[in-house]
Ligand binder design. Sequence first.
Ligand code: PAF
Length: 286
Amino acid sequence: MLDRARSRRAGGAGQPSLGLVPTMGGLHAGHAELARVARNGNDVVVVSIFVNPLQFGDQGDLDRYPRTLDEDLRLLGGCGVDVVFAPSVEDMYPGGEPLVRVGAGRMGEVLEGASRPGHFDGMLTVVAKLLNLGLPGTAAHYRAYFGEKDAQQLALIRRMVLDLNVPVRIEGVPIVRDADGLALSSRNRFLGADERRAALVLSRVLRTLRERALDGRPLDLAAARAEIAGEDGVELDYLEVVDPSSFTPPAPAHEGRTGADPVLAVVAARVGTVRLIDNTFLPGVA
Ligand code: PAF
């Protein structure tokens, strides 16, 4: 039984708060951080592990996605998680492929959405189902946690919650990086040693853009793109600067945006067979 003192973390009314951390497994220290943040803010923490077929365009990519349930459970054992929910495809989609889905709209068609058609519709559909499964009734008692590495995913989930009045608070958790700067991802395990070294160009370029933004210098995206494209074994998909809530080009400063509203630099590239994404906020870009 949860005591009253613990339930105050949720903002009162005696009802225990629930923190949900949706994942697809293949867990790493970034997921452990999501679970840690959820643990600190809630009475009950649920982690879901479900490789969602709906968000994979390519059957090969779905088959290759890491399925490491035993290791995942060991990692979560050390994170103070109360419940691990690991449904089968039949549990989540008992009627087969769902007829009714969430559509991501225009924001789901650019950048990641342009490279992975249908991906965001499938992602939002499963996230809506997972949120509905745990729904305790009010946003004061319900939070769900997502990593900021998948920035477009996070923006779309925030937008779905706003547009469909889902009673949950969405919490973004900052990217966790290896010591050399590589953003943690379940897909990093597929990188060979040379590919891993080459992949560092992504975080390096983002760091340079951030330094330039902080110093008030022009960003020079063309040079940044050329640096990525020039790295052996790296094929650049996109490097763009966007408004972090709409994923459209940031409004010019004279249209109401101030240099204090950070914009987001987002990058995606294929390194060997592995597709990687990364991003960083750029403060002070007017
Ligand atoms: O980011 C992920 O791991 C997945 O897209 C999510 C949010 C768990 C939905 O399947």
